[in-house]
Design a protein around this ligand. Structure first.
Ligand code: AMP
Length: 175
């Protein structure tokens, strides 16, 4: 059985959430199933186990779940990229357009170090605004390499095209 066959039954779609016209892919139904959750973490671990990842940057909030499990498995540190005003110490901030509105994302200024090998992780790549903004933040720290991973890539929304050319992007499911 391939990954798509295995994981798709655990995803819930919610029409018109959070605003009319958006079909929302809900990963909480996947996270709550022990086998499906383990499959996501293990399959992603396999993709990055030999890359020398030193930090996993998880995007608030659904990116924290698999991001933290991955950091543990990879022997890397975990860094949260959070919505404005949530992190207590000095931050870098980047603004972006999303599928439903404008937003900003922040990271602590001391979250990464020069030379880190960074894996950015989120649940869904939609229009790519969020991950592109996090990518911009991560570049400020002069990392040695940057990778980007999602559980789901929603194809046809232009997300991949918005990311910097040449950035290594993977997704477990292409929907
Ligand atoms: P984007 O910046 O458009 O790529 O949006 C990505 C962020 O918004 C991720 O953190 C997703 O969790 C969330 N998101 C955007 N669109 C959807 C969608 N259709 N279904 C589920 N999550 C979404």
């Amino acid at each position: 059985m391939d990954l798509k066959e295995k994981l798709l039954p655990y995803l819930r779609t919610v029409p018109d959430y959070p605003v009319p016209g958006i079909l929302f892919w809900d990963v909480t139904t996947l996270f709550k199933d022990p086998e499906a959750f383990r499959t996501v973490v293990d399959a992603t671990y396999e993709l990055y186990k030999d890359k020398g990842i030193t930090k996993v940057v998880g995007i608030e909030s659904r990116g924290f779940v698999v991001g933290a499990a991955l950091a543990y498995r990879l022997g890397a540190g975990f860094v949260p990229a959070r919505k404005p005003g949530k992190l207590p110490a000095a931050c870098w901030s980047a603004s972006y357009d999303k599928e439903y509105g404008k937003d900003r994302i922040e990271m602590h200024q001391d979250a990464l170090e020069k030379g880190d090998v960074v894996l950015i992780h989120d649940d869904v790549l939609a229009t790519g605004g969020t991950a592109e903004a996090v990518g911009r933040l991560v570049e400020r720290y002069a990392p040695a390499a940057v990778y980007c991973n999602f559980i789901i890539e929603l194809e046809g929304l232009g997300g991949r095209e918005k990311m910097p050319a040449g950035l290594d992007i993977t997704a477990l499911l292409h929907l």
